[in-house]
Write a protein that binds this ligand. Sequence first.
Ligand SMILES: [Zn+2]
Length: 361
Amino acid sequence: MSEELKRRIVELEKELEAIKKESCEGRRGREKIEQMSSEVVDANPYSRLMALKRMGIVDNYEQIREFAVAVVGVGGVGSVAAEMLTRCGIGKLLLFDYDKVELANMNRLFYQPHQAGLSKVEAAARTLVSINPDVTIECHNYNITTVDNFDHFMGRIRSGSLTDGPVDLVLSCVDNFEARMAINTACNELGQTWFESGVAENAVSGHIQLVIPGELACFACAPPLIVASGIDEKTLKRDGVCAASLPTTMGVVSGLLVQNTLKYLLKFGNVTHYLGYSSLQDFFPTMSMKPNPSCDDSYCRHQSGGRDGTGEPEKELVQGVRLAYSRDEPAPPPPTVDAPAAADTSDQTSLDDLRAQMMAL
Ligand SMILES: [Zn+2]
């Protein structure tokens, strides 16, 4: 080998070393911060968040570091929700998903083309840690609906907090009925509060729904109409039929989901029980549904019977859904049934909207 070639190799090696170092440092981002500070300096990543205290919105912002949130499904909604919580300085995130990043996901937010082929939880964890190294990230690359994984999933919900206790909230950001039912089953048994979320397959509407076992209807109390009417989900979700998705709708639903998560955890404002989003009419229906005393889930029946002390059946499901949409008869606990944003929209419209959303699940 000529001297010239050797010299060139040494040069290139040095160059490569420098590039590697730069990229590692770039990815590392910043050092960990021991304590959240309100100090107003450009280098403080929490100054704008801690200002919520000064503005009288939140009393205890720094408490966010004590909370653990499980995000089940880190696709179009879950990944963005996880990023928002990371930027807000949440204590710990537990991510569950078994999909891989694909180029077909690039119409949505969060993932980048160079991550194609990586598992979603792994890719998400790397990005989230680089944004905020103060957040503890725990990843589970599996399908929660299989028997073994379901047991493990329940175990992490039961003892996945920063102090090995139950997580503070579960966010369901999955895209199918089985996974929602698995989350519902686990949370009913554990008495775990969770938020359901969903975006319709036509990409233009979505919803979030708070489930507090025993206090608010669970996912099995008011099953989607496709189940109630006996239509097989598989005939609606045929192979090769590509669901539409928009980064806008998913961004709105993620934003609504995390906004309510922050309100729930930090105890400010009103936490929504159900909030729909229909983008074509800019319509945001809200409602509240009590548990169905004849729910198929025995833990749900037990939890609601235990709370009101009677456990007696009150209403049939259909009547319950009707009640939830009747503005004359508010359903406890508050906030109950809000008037929709558009004053001239009839009850029929909001019910149709709910039906459409449920059909699209
Ligand atoms: Zn139920």
